[in-house]
Design a protein around this ligand. Structure first.
Ligand code: GLU
Length: 308
């Protein structure tokens, strides 16, 4: 697919009016595969918004999944960003170096009695879901709560994950701050409903902290605001603001930018619709020209922030 075939998306004027200044944004790829055009646009939004506000553009490598994360994808992502002309203001933060911070947050949730061990396999969860009806959230049916009941408790020495008692957590948070809400720069105030995800995993069996815990802890530690990321993560923000309240972390504003879609209207597929950035870079294409083409197409007037 060429840029010309791609639907345009624009930076909503409301985002330009309401951005916090100076903005500290982060581009946070998971090095499970190569970056493609959708990542380039996301990084551009983060970079240009930060620069237009006199702020900082940061990069965070979300590499806590030791099985899926690959060093070659980390190296390639950083080379792609440099090729696009998007230099971060600080060395990239690697989540694999941040486990102690995630453990501290985990302990806090555990001390508050908000976590329980879970030994269920995928097959056991699927079987339990055939027997009982549960709420369906954006990720599909919620966990049926099997291990929350003492009679199903397994051996703590056996590998297990830790789940959040989401209903209790929501009540606890609402008791402190009132109903959970967050602010999206383009869409305004959003009422959060993290309960629809059910008892989410906070600490994984096969890897350390879940994405939700790690991203929430790191956004606070890096002073991120607004969090600029793709619309595919919009629903998860409900979970992140719940965790912020439970952990006494500040709540940033968010902007979930439009995604790039393939010619058929489906999600842009790396291999079929758009070659990896790495392939384009290695073929000798000029990355800064590509950045400027994306800008011209998606925010042709540039990003100009009005006075607060
Ligand atoms: N690591 C996530 C991804 O590559 C992004 C997480 C985020 O921006 O919060 O999709």
């Amino acid at each position: 697919m060429t840029l010309g075939e791609m639907p345009r998306s624009f930076l909503p004027p409301r985002v330009e009016k309401s951005v916090e200044r100076p903005a500290i944004t982060r581009f946070a790829p998971s090095p499970n595969g190569p970056l493609h055009l959708g990542h380039a646009l996301s990084a551009l939004y983060c970079h240009d918004l930060a620069r237009a506000s006199g702020g900082r553009f940061l990069v965070r490598i979300e590499d806590i999944d030791a099985v899926r994360s690959r060093p070659e994808h980390v190296a390639s992502a950083l080379a792609d960003l440099a090729w696009l002309g998007l230099e971060p203001n600080a060395p990239p933060l690697r989540q694999s170096t941040r486990i102690p911070a995630y453990l501290t947050a985990f302990d806090r949730l555990k001390e508050r009695g908000l976590l329980y061990r879970c030994w269920c396999t995928r097959a056991q969860i699927a079987a339990a879901l055939r027997r009982q009806s549960v709420r369906h959230g954006p990720d599909g049916p919620a966990y049926p709560g099997t291990c929350r009941h003492a009679e199903h408790a397994g051996d703590p020495a056996r590998a297990h994950s830790w789940r959040l008692k989401t209903d209790l957590a929501v009540d606890w948070a609402a008791g402190r701050t009132g109903p959970l809400r967050w602010r999206d720069l383009a869409r305004g105030e959003i009422a959060a409903d993290p309960g629809r995800f059910g008892d989410i995993v906070i600490w994984r069996k096969d890897a350390p902290a879940s994405y939700h815990l790690a991203a929430t802890v790191d956004d606070a530690a890096q002073g991120i605001g607004p969090v600029v990321r793709g619309m595919d993560l919009f629903d998860y923000t409900d979970i992140h603001v719940l965790l912020q309240t439970l952990l006494d972390l500040p709540q940033p504003a968010y902007w979930h930018h439009p995604l790039l879609f393939g010619p058929g209207g489906g999600k842009l597929s790396k291999s079929k619709d758009s070659p990896a950035l790495r392939e384009r870079r290695e073929a000798g294409e000029d990355g800064r020209v590509l950045s400027d083409q994306l800008r011209a197409r998606h925010f042709p007037a540039g990003i100009s922030l009005s006075s607060p």
